[in-house]
Write a protein that binds this ligand. Structure first.
Ligand code: NAD
Ligand code: UDP
Length: 313
């Protein structure tokens, strides 16, 4: 019997691999495409025996060939952590622009519904708080973060153009900081850095004075929101994230306490264009998708710290 088929670009990454798991659990066939630029085969190794799962190693900035019918495409390929995209500026711009163009071409050819993984970074260093979907953002196009922010803004524009001009069935999710198992300990984001430092009893490096805020969403909540958006009829961007906001200093203190670490917190230079605040307004997701996060930070952090312990020890 035919099973609906989903292509996941970036499927060997942190979020992509959780998405592959969820789509398979929903009874879909999944084709994962990844070039392991920032992803890891270990994230999908448990799926290799599954008849409904297949893997194509490919750089999606080049023409993408997928045989047979495709019903859904979830476009997640892109470096995502600040140190990754600062190290890989050209690849980041290429995957967001050329890669998104190829993926939209595939969606048009296959008459598939496509969901673009966009980001809260399209709001840049926001001048309104919390961020609603109708805010156009405050991005420095030539700053170091511009390679990621502008690639994603271009990807959104390209997605809307394919929707309006070619009638492609599109969805756009603006993902806010998400965490959980399968994050890389060395990806440089605050959460894995702090937990790694705490578990090794090293100094915890808070950038700036730590007064900047973020709002952290546990991965299972995010995946739930993504799936609901994919199955909805809503073609405008939707924020998915956890509105529970925390300063980075407060967050570092929580990690020290939870891990029972001897680490002390030190303050180092704040990177250029680091957003001062970030909190999703999720009114739209609540109303349209009947979605809201369920996992609080204490619970999510405990699961994630256990995962990182298995890597550090
Ligand atoms: P990740 O680095 O773990 O995953 C990205 C995957 O894309 C990797 O497996 C990588 O190898 C692959 N990839 C990169 N360039 C590619 C190319 N040219 N061809 C094929 N594969 C390629 O990052 P993640 O945290 O899982 O993020 C996934 C997506 O979600 C990204 O698009 C990111 O912008 C978006 N996002 C993530 C977050 C978050 O908090 N994790 C927040 C906002 C947006
Ligand atoms: N940060 C920090 N120490 C670190 C890594 C990050 O203080 O070792 C800060 C960073 O400057 C930012 C916040 O933590 O203000 C979240 O950073 P992250 O890299 O996780 O993601 P961002 O939300 O900036 O994309």
């Amino acid at each position: 019997m035919y099973k609906p088929t989903a292509v996941v670009t970036g499927g060997a990454g942190f979020l992509g691999s959780h998405l592959c798991d969820r789509l398979l659990a929903e009874g879909l066939r999944v084709i994962c495409i990844d070039n392991f630029l920032t992803g890891n085969p270990n994230n999908i190794s448990h799926l290799f025996g599954n008849d409904n799962f297949s893997f194509i190693k490919h750089d999606i900035t080049n023409f993408i060939h997928v045989p047979g019918r495709v019903d859904y495409i979830l476009h997640f390929a892109s470096p995502a952590s600040p140190i990754d995209y600062l190290k890989l500026p050209i690849q980041t711009l290429k995957v967001g622009s050329l890669g998104t163009h190829k993926v939209l071409g595939l969606a048009k050819e296959k008459k598939a519904r496509i969901l673009l993984a966009s980001t809260s970074e399209v709001y840049g260093d926001p001048l309104i708080h919390p961020q609603t979907e109708d805010y156009w953002g405050n991005v420095n196009p030539i700053g170091p973060r511009g390679v990621y922010d502008e690639a994603k803004r271009f990807a959104e524009a390209m997605t809307m153009a394919y929707h309006r001009y070619h009638g492609v069935d599109t969805r756009i999710v603006r993902i806010f900081n998400t965490y959980g198992p399968r994050m890389r300990l060395d990806d440089g984001r605050a959460l894995p850095s702090f937990v790694g430092q705490a578990l090794r009893n090293e100094d915890i490096t808070v950038f700036g004075d730590g007064s900047q805020t973020r709002s952290f969403c546990y991965v299972s909540d995010l995946i739930d929101g993504l799936y609901k958006l994919l199955m909805s009829n809503h073609t405008e961007p939707v924020n998915i994230g956890n509105p529970e906001e925390v300063t980075i200093l407060q967050f570092a203190e929580e990690v020290v306490k939870l891990t029972g670490s001897q680490s002390k917190i030190i303050f180092t230079e704040l990177p250029a264009d680091d957003p001062k605040v970030r909190q999703p307004d999720i009114t739209k997701a609540r109303e349209i998708l009947h979605w809201e996060p369920k996992v609080d930070r204490a619970t999510g952090l405990e699961i994630t710290v256990d995962y990182f312990k298995s890597l550090v020890i």
